[in-house]
Design a protein around this ligand. Structure first.
Ligand code: 5GP
Length: 190
């Protein structure tokens, strides 16, 4: 998606440890006009899939997921990373190693919000090694819901998580795939 690639090129900062910082439009300040265009594009790609629910993971997936969900007219469920008094009843859980925080979280989704009748699209801001998606797909597997696939804003293709999931037959649609990056340069997959 060219408009997203242009923003990455003009505002993205490549940090050490394979981190791409895009906090002026995606991870801290959020450009809702851009999010809306991303939602429109994902709706175009998944329009025939009869999606009933969007699933994401807190925190930075939530903003994008909400705007995407407006285009599909369905609710968003976000997996929580910590225990909470507000989270009661039966839960699906899965361990996820966080790329940015470098620690393992147990993610949790209440069983009442995803059932086997659902057809679910997973949304996240970044795809790197694929751990967040694997955890979310694991939760969907537990629920018996149909996994439609995942819509991602930025995939770092060189970390391999997306291609490994595609090889398993999962549909992963990323709006920008960074093939290579380093100090002062970012190169996209065609
Ligand atoms: P994965 O689980 O695929 O290794 O990493 C995906 C998760 O880590 C995303 O939910 C995202 O929040 C975070 N993440 C991974 N790489 C980056 C990055 O380069 N920049 C930012 N801002 N977040 C990232």
């Amino acid at each position: 998606m060219q408009v997203l690639k242009d923003r990455i090129l003009t505002e993205g900062v490549v940090k050490g440890g394979n981190v791409l910082k895009v906090d002026s439009f995606l991870n801290h300040q959020m450009d809702i006009t851009l999010f809306d265009a991303m939602g429109e594009e994902l709706k175009r790609r998944f329009k025939d899939e009869k999606i009933t629910k969007i699933l994401t993971i807190e925190a930075s997936g939530i903003g994008i997921a909400c705007i995407v969900a407006r285009h599909f007219g369905v609710p968003v469920v976000f997996a929580k990373k910590s225990e909470s008094k507000n989270l009661d009843g039966d839960l699906y859980t899965s361990p996820v190693y966080s790329f940015t925080h470098q620690k393992e979280y147990m993610i949790r989704v209440s069983k009442k919000f995803i059932t086997e009748e659902d057809r679910v699209l997973v949304i996240d801001d970044f795809l790197a090694n694929g751990k967040a998606l694997i955890g979310l797909f694991d939760i969907l597997g537990q629920s018996g819901a149909t996994v439609v696939g995942a819509g991602i804003a930025i995939e770092k293709g060189f970390q391999g998580g997306g291609d490994a999931l595609r090889e398993q037959g999962l549909r992963i649609e990323s709006l920008a795939i960074v093939e290579e990056m380093g100090e002062g340069f970012i190169k996209f997959r065609d």
